[in-house]
Design a protein around this ligand. Sequence first.
Ligand code: GTP
Ligand code: SAM
Ligand code: SF4
Ligand code: SF4
Length: 331
Amino acid sequence: MSCALTDGFGRRITYLRLSVTDRCDLRCVYCMSEDMTFVPRRDLLSLEELDRLAAAFVARGVTKIRITGGEPLVRKGIMTLFGSLSRHLADGRLQELTLTTNGTLLATHAEALAASGVRRVNVSLDTLDPSRFRTITRRGTLGVVMDGLRAAREAGLRVKLNTVALKGITETEIHDLIAFAHGNDMDLTLIETMPLGDVGADRTDQYLPLTTLRRIIESRWTLADTAERSGGPARYARIRETGGRIGFITPMSHSFCESCNRVRVSATGTLYTCLGREDRTDLRAALRGSEADEALHAAIDGAIRTKPRGHDFRIERGRPALARHMSALGG
Ligand SMILES: Nc1nc2c(ncn2[C@@H]2O[C@H](COP(=O)(O)OP(=O)(O)OP(=O)(O)O)[C@@H](O)[C@H]2O)c(=O)[nH]1
Ligand SMILES: C[S@@+](CC[C@H](N)C(=O)[O-])C[C@H]1O[C@@H](n2cnc3c(N)ncnc32)[C@H](O)[C@@H]1O
Ligand code: SF4
Ligand code: SF4
């Protein structure tokens, strides 16, 4: 089986976001509620099954795999999966193996990640203030993430910081975040909050459109838009004063669905063809039903054919657009 995955709108699917757990050591206010019920461990795909699933997508032309979560680095034995997936880099079929992480376990794993062929990591960081960090994550320690960032750079990994734009917080922190990221040779990408899952608070109070934030940035820095892309949805600008890149991910104020190249698989083996829709296909049954991959490929094909055109997110007072939390699919 080698034919490429193309959806009903002619979009080639080359990017797999593979979630390895829905658990996390943090509880960010825009992502989770304080009290979360996680998937029972027995329902998770094993590391071998995750590996086989990823291989099926690589066989169908996927060239980029991002491991995500929950927090991917809390999954027991996760480095075995990275080590195993690196064979697709070695044979040239995979162009990029990477992850998105909150950084709390990066100091432990940075070298092993680099040894598995990971070249860059996206690390989520919304503030440089330790007490605010604790408030946003409900339990994290900023210094631990700072150690992780240092370890990643020492291991030779390129780092991109992901910052969720939060009303009342990011307006005042953005200039320091730019100086910190670019001063340490890291890209910085800003993300609009998406209305996924009940987080125990009203999202209207969190949402800060990036159009507003960009105006604030431009009051201090000089931005020049660039056509450079990193394979994800961000649109980038260079900041003249730092020479660094700043990315804008704007699902709410400016949708990027027409150029969508990706699908997601949850840690239980459910394929979601759109982050903003409920459409889903169980791959676990196909995976477990046969040692051959025919049924798996047929299930993948069927799902991709009906991939939705895009999301229908709206920030509405009082209720999330989808019940599913961001951590269920890893963004
Ligand atoms: N609406 C929407 N948001 C997305 C999509 N892909 C990524 N995001 C969001 O973008 C943010 C950053 O995602 P990352 O995990 O860093 O991945 P990426 O932007 O593809 O990363 P690069 O490979 O560095 O471009 C997260 O909040 C994701 O939820 C998408 O297809 N649709
Ligand atoms: C769900 S996390 C999973 C990976 C890892 N735990 C981390 O935080 O990087 C992936 C990305 O989604 C972002 N995210 C979480 N909830 C979001 C929301 N409601 N809207 C927009 N982005 C969100 C996070 O900031 C992070 O950059
Ligand atoms: S954004 Fe990442 S670190 Fe924060 S709670 Fe969600 S999964 Fe955990
Ligand atoms: S919202 Fe859906 S269609 Fe739009 S970019 Fe994300 S996954 Fe693709």
